[in-house]
Design a protein around this ligand. Structure first.
Ligand code: NAD
Ligand code: TYD
Length: 351
């Protein structure tokens, strides 16, 4: 990407987006980074305090569903690249409100694609639309096997169906309009700044407050966990060195059954909080299963490893410790985000 390029990062006040924004603002003073975020319940500008005054950074509050606004923003800044993370991201919410996911994840992505195409279609050279997606588009694995870039799409939740749809549109714009794009599909992230509706931060918050830990079904569901800082590093590599028109799978080489992960988390939390061993495990409560719950996700990350030399930098035990430390040191952040809308959602989901 050329010096002085204006780069649009969407969803930068959310969990993964804030780490991507921080990395780009700090490492690439030659770019102008514009962070566009609607600040839904999941977006929080407190995530970006350390870079908010940087010269190469600007925050814009706005909705990717507003096509006229998006067009205007592209006219103003002439973004040469987009890193698109803004999305509705929580599977459980998608089960109760699928349309919200279609609006933001499908229509919102189309608005960005259209704006990007409109200003560059006669001059795509050196431009890039980078779409951030998820391994959940591949559906579920059985007890064995891994998702590769060639695995067929078979989304099972409204969330993954909306992400799959947006992936298809990105690829279609690449084919039809020759729009330069790259895409990555990542496994479950964890780490600082994740909103406490997802498994790990929800359970950390509940352990702090001695609340039940609601494990869905029998807890024998498997996810492949990646530390968010390692995802941001992978995005940086793909953005700069990934081949145009390609998809890269990103994963942690790190599969855990939910119940084993929760037990490890309980053990580490007891140690950190100086509680007797077993205290947190007593909070585990098996609850009604998620409908359409995918049994297992696991990524084959050989392509990004071999082509771009990427690999995770921390083990899961290290990453989980760092994550717990962050949440314990940032209780004010947790308190701020666990008020208002989130409380209403929590009552609806778990009562
Ligand atoms: P998040 O929910 O923490 O953050 C999403 C951000 O998007 C929030 O800041 C929110 O305010 C913003 N946003 C939502 N709707 C918007 C709209 N209409 N206009 C503008 N901004 C809007 O999500 P996350 O976990 O950081 O995920 C980021 C991206 O990475 C998503 O595209 C998600 O599908 C993908 N992803 C997430 C994971 C994961 O484990 N969290 C794994 C793989 C891929
Ligand atoms: P989640 O963090 O919602 O991510 P995803 O659904 O995108 O994988 O959930 C991770 C796993 O944890 C998933 O198998 C569902 C399970 N889970 C629970 O058992 N209890 C909970 O309260 C939540 C939020 C998730």
């Amino acid at each position: 990407m050329r010096d002085n390029a204006a780069i649009l990062i969407t969803g930068g006040a959310g969990f993964i987006g804030c780490h991507v924004v921080k990395r780009f603002v700090k490492n690439y003073p030659q770019y102008k980074i514009i962070n566009l975020d609607a600040l839904t319940y999941a977006g929080n500008l407190e995530n970006l305090i350390e870079i908010e005054d940087a010269d190469n950074y600007q925050f814009v509050k706005g909705d990717i569903n507003d096509a006229a606004f998006i067009d205007e923003l592209f006219d103003t800044h002439k973004f040469e690249a987009v890193i698109h993370l803004a999305a509705e991201s929580h599977v459980d919410r998608s089960i109760t409100d699928p349309l919200a996911f279609v609006r933001t994840n499908v229509m919102g992505t189309l608005n960005l694609l259209n704006a990007f195409k409109r200003i560059w279609e006669n001059d795509f050279e050196g431009k890039l639309f980078y779409h951030i997606s998820t391994d959940e588009v591949y559906g579920t694995l059985g007890e064995t096997g891994l998702f590769t870039e060639e695995t067929s799409y078979a989304p099972n939740s409204p969330y993954s169906a909306s992400k799959a749809s947006s992936d298809h549109f990105v690829r279609a714009y690449g084919e039809t309009y020759k729009m330069p794009f790259v895409m990555s599909n990542c496994s479950n992230n964890y780490g600082p700044n994740q909103f406490p509706e997802k498994l790990i931060p929800l359970f950390i918050n509940n352990i702090i407050h001695n609340k039940p830990l609601p494990v869905y079904g029998d807890g024998n569901y498997t996810r492949d966990w990646l530390y968010v800082i390692d995802h941001a590093a992978a995005i940086d590599l793909i953005f700069h060195n990934g081949r145009k028109g390609e998809t890269y799978n990103i994963g942690g080489f790190n599969e855990w059954k939910n119940i084993d992960l929760v037990k490890l988390l309980c053990k580490q939390m007891d140690e950190k909080l100086g509680r007797d061993p077993g205290t947190s495990e007593d909070l585990i409560t098996y609850v009604k299963d998620r409908p359409g719950h995918d049994l297992r996700y696991a990524i084959d990350a050989a392509k990004i490893n071999e082509e771009l030399g990427w690999e995770p930098s921390v083990t899961f035990e290290q990453g989980l410790k760092l994550t717990i430390d962050w949440y314990l040191e940032n209780r004010e952040w947790l308190e701020h985000v666990t008020s208002g809308d989130y409380q209403n959602y929590y009552k609806k989901q778990y009562n």
